[in-house]
Design a protein around this ligand. Structure first.
Ligand code: NDP
Length: 459
């Protein structure tokens, strides 16, 4: 039998790769992980974590305003953006070292450099021009994704979320192209920081794929806060103009701004890592094809996380890593369940959602819809014109709650709990039998009694 250097070599030390590696090592496998950038990957270094820190930071703008409604005399406030970015980076450094320690503590060897698959059992690692090869019984690709920008004249002037998290100075005006997770989250951050924000979307509304009432509510609330949403518009070109840029739309409108940011999706990192030569098949969109055990078309090569473009969410990649390690190195086959994966958007206000949108549920059968729109109690004193929306989608035949959606403060925190109920197959009667916690927004989910009159959602 061939003697391999390792049982597993993982390429890519993001959330999925790190979890898969350290769990495999904890089950006794000899594991190495190759990373050419920082340990922690997109979520920790360029995504969820720094973004959420900036969301927290930006929230104080509303908090200072709202405090006045509760008798506080708030003096002059101003954001020291460079300090926020510096402190955020210090925290990322700390997290990077924590990730490194977790790998070390679990006996995972960290190979710093760029990993390339040579064949089904060999990985080449290039560090500062020097190349070294290692062999492994199994190879795991978890190289994540990278912002994808369309081919538009002048697009080289645009930044992506990577650079937006590192801006040394706040722009006065920013144009954000795209209406997905990243666009609405950064629109919220910049808007709260006093930047004039314009979002350009080619569709009629933001957040395609989300429940229509969620989309409408968030768009309304964002517009109330001053974000300009340019619907059904396409960027024709971006030109440098003085210190800023002119964004010319096909609709013959020009928007002047200091920064242009693209948030038009992310593509899997599958280029130049030897996959095609090794025989690993990709989808038309460049994602790695795998079966339910994360096995690619080469039996000893596996892939998970964003590079497979199933559901591009950190907790999904982490759970995939757990399933992979258990199946491959713990004699405990686990298959990832992609049903009812909850999601949050850290927009302002936030979104929490789990299960089917009304439109998706209607495709499967008849539904009962319960919905509540209200002004949160806090704003009775702040005077802020802000509304929350909560919605339950119930399968009429079984009376199971198949969708639970919220736009409003703390929605992600609230929906995490309701996701357990949905996963457990809770019925509307069981929601009704649950006593509310008063006074909260969350109690609305267990006190909604009036069905909406039958209506066909306009999708
Ligand atoms: P999304 O897929 O969420 O959104 C992409 C947006 O870009 C859509 O509005 C889409 O429009 C638009 N778009 C795509 N191509 C073009 C084009 N050629 N011209 C103009 N507009 C275009 O991608 P994001 O980049 O926002 O985020 C990537 C992924 O990262 C998300 O899907 C999500 O899985 C993950 N993420 C998760 C977060 C969280 O959990 N809170 C936070 C941030 C990211 P249309 O609707 O018309 O297709």
């Amino acid at each position: 039998m061939t003697d391999f250097d390792y049982d597993l070599i993982t390429i890519g030390a993001g959330s999925g790769g790190v979890r898969a590696s350290r769990m495999s090592a904890s089950f006794g496998a000899r594991v190495a992980i190759v990373e050419n950038s920082r340990v922690g990957g997109t979520c920790v270094m360029r995504g969820c974590v720094p973004k959420k820190l900036l969301v927290y930071g930006s929230h104080f703008a509303d908090d200072f305003e709202d405090a006045k409604g509760f008798g506080w005399e708030v003096g002059e406030t101003k954001i020291n953006w460079p300090k926020l970015i510096k402190d955020k980076n210090t925290e990322l450094d700390r997290l990077e070292s924590v990730y490194g320690r977790i790998l070390r503590d679990n006996g995972v060897t960290h190979l710093q450099g760029r990993g390339r698959v040579v064949d089904g059992h060999t990985v080449e690692v290039e560090t500062d021009g020097a190349k070294k090869t290692y062999t492994a019984k199994k190879i795991l690709i978890s190289t994540g994704g990278w912002p994808s920008l369309p081919d538009v004249v002048g697009v080289e002037h645009a930044i992506t979320s990577n650079e937006a998290l590192e801006l040394i100075e706040l722009p006065k005006r920013i144009v954000i192209v795209g209406g997905g997770y990243i666009a609405v989250e950064f629109a919220g951050i910049f808007n709260a920081m006093g930047v004039d924000v314009s979002i350009i979307i080619r569709a009629g509304n933001i957040l395609r794929g989300f429940d229509e009432d969620v989309r409408d509510t968030l768009a309304d609330e964002m517009e109330k806060k001053g974000v300009h949403i340019h619907r059904e518009c396409v960027v024709q070109s971006i030109e440098k103009s003085g210190d800023g840029f002119s964004v010319l739309l096909r609709e013959n409108e020009t928007i002047e701004c200091d920064r242009v940011m693209y948030a038009t999706g992310r593509k899997p990192n599958t280029k130049d890592i030897g996959l095609e030569q090794a025989g690993v098949e990709l989808t038309d969109h460049g994602a790695i094809k795998t079966d339910e055990n994360f096995q690619t078309t080469v039996s000893s090569i596996f892939a998970l996380g964003d590079v497979t473009a199933r559901i591009q969410l950190t907790p999904v990649a982490i759970n995939e890593g757990v399933a992979f390690a258990n199946t491959q190195f713990n004699d405990n086959p686990m298959v990832m369940d992609y049903n009812a994966v909850p999601a949050a958007v850290f927009s302002q206000p936030t979104i929490g959602t789990v299960g089917l949108s009304e439109a998706e549920a209607r495709e499967q059968g008849e539904v009962d819809i319960y919905m509540s729109r209200f002004r949160p109690m806090k704003h009775t004193l702040t005077g802020r014109d802000a509304h929350s929306m909560m919605k339950l989608v119930v399968d009429r035949a079984s009376q199971r709650v198949v969708g639970c959606h919220m736009v409003g403060d703390d929605a992600p925190e609230i929906i995490q709990g309701f996701a357990v109920a949905l996963k457990a197959g809770a019925t509307k009667a069981q929601f009704d039998a649950t006593v509310g916690i008063h006074p909260t927004a969350a109690e609305e989910f267990v006190t909604m009694r009036e069905k909406l009159p039958d209506h066909d959602e306009d999708v």
